[in-house]
Write a protein that binds this ligand. Structure first.
Ligand SMILES: Cc1cc2nc3c(=O)[nH]c(=O)nc-3n(C[C@H](O)[C@H](O)[C@H](O)COP(=O)(O)OP(=O)(O)OC[C@H]3O[C@@H](n4cnc5c(N)ncnc54)[C@H](O)[C@@H]3O)c2cc1C
Length: 322
């Protein structure tokens, strides 16, 4: 049963009379302890010390419903006001919100189950978004939750999606409905001695927010290019650019990574130290890696057109025949 290790922890917590697990923090002087400026868990591989962000209240605003003022002995900082106008630095390769934080931007994105697997620093969150290929974007239409798979690209502080202006999803999101976009990379299956402890190694990231419409011809063209380049680096200069009609038919939306989280599981099954370790049952990890296969030319491709450099690069990086 996947994620049984999370269930098992829940059950252990419940037996101890705890139904919710606050983020576990290393105490002063304990092994692995770092100051608040640092990181307690293996997050250290992702982030460098950075002061905790304590934001003043927004002018004229109040905390979000459900946002906790104090959790696990520490204050959860409110998300800060936007650091810059939305489009500044979008394509400069410099993230304007490159904040490194072990604290969630809000209580809504605080990882409760296995909190040590939660990451809130932009390095970790960006790494997951950059590793994935497909996102699922969820929103509510009327009273019906909808969750739609889509290509996406992280562009600086934004995650961009694009599609037909006629798309129900794009139209709804362009209208500013609250949305949730999630990306998952599965790194392996975790086989334990007991079926209950079976799990998966994964990296996933999620952003909450409302999408905004990318407007203005130059901005839209730049967003189009950034999107294509993120999905297939180098393809923009190989393929025909969108003409005015195609650009007009395409909706490009972006959501800022203001309220996001990442969750990562890695490593072996968790029953090495349990009584089950005495069983004659194989336990370990079955790594899972995706790769591109051999390119399949379009049936109508004219003779003499070679596989382009963008494809060759992708294959060099992540390809090969079985
Ligand atoms: C890997 C992948 C990448 C994609 N990338 C993009 C992209 O970058 N841009 C883009 O616009 N679209 C993309 N799509 C298609 C996308 O999932 C939607 O089908 C499309 O955006 C139309 O959305 P809609 O809300 O207008 O669909 P509608 O046709 O209005 O949806 C009506 C109903 O059709 C069904 N439906 C729609 N889409 C799907 C689906 N994908 N799977 C199962 N049922 C579905 C659902 O029941 C839905 O409620 C991608 C799909 C996949 C699987």
């Amino acid at each position: 049963m996947p994620f049984a290790d999370e269930l098992a922890r829940d059950q252990r917590s419940a037996r101890k009379g705890r139904t919710r697990t606050a983020p576990q923090r290393c105490g002063e002087g304990e092994p692995g302890h770092k100051s608040r400026a640092g990181s307690c868990f293996f997050l250290a591989t992702f982030c460098v010390p950075f002061p905790r962000r304590d934001f003043p209240p927004y002018p004229g605003s109040s905390p979000s419903p459900g946002m906790s003022e104090s959790v696990g002995g520490g204050q959860i900082p409110r998300p800060g006001p936007p650091c810059s106008p939305p489009y500044v630095n979008r394509f400069a390769g410099i993230a304007t919100l490159k904040a490194v934080s072990e604290w969630p931007a809000s209580d809504r994105v605080r990882v409760r189950r296995q909190p040590d697997r939660g990451h809130y620093d932009r390095e970790a969150i960006d790494a997951v978004f950059d590793a994935g290929l497909i996102a699922h974007v969820a929103f509510v239409e009327g009273r019906q939750p909808i969750c739609i798979p889509t290509l996406y690209a992280r562009v600086g502080d934004d995650v961009d999606i694009h599609g037909s202006r006629a798309s129900r999803t794009l139209r709804a999101l362009a209208g500013g409905v609250p949305a949730c976009l999630t990306v998952t990379v599965v790194d392996g299956l975790v086989l334990a001695r007991s079926v209950f402890e079976h799990s998966a190694n994964y990296r996933s990231a999620l952003v909450l927010g409302s999408f905004r419409v990318i407007e203005g011809e130059d901005e839209r063209l730049a967003a189009y290019e950034a999107f294509v380049e993120k999905v297939v680096p180098g393809r923009w200069s190989e393929a025909r650019r969108p003409n005015a009609k195609e650009l007009k038919a395409t909706e490009i939306l972006a959501v800022r990574l203001d309220e996001a989280s990442a969750k990562v599981r890695s490593g072996p099954p968790s029953d090495d130290d349990s009584v089950d370790a005495a069983l004659d049952v194989w336990a370990g990890v079955l790594p899972l890696a995706w790769r591109f296969g051999d390119p399949v030319p379009s049936p109508g491709l004219r003779d003499g057109i070679p596989v382009p450099a963008s494809v060759t690069r992708l294959l060099d990086k992540n390809g090969g025949s079985a």
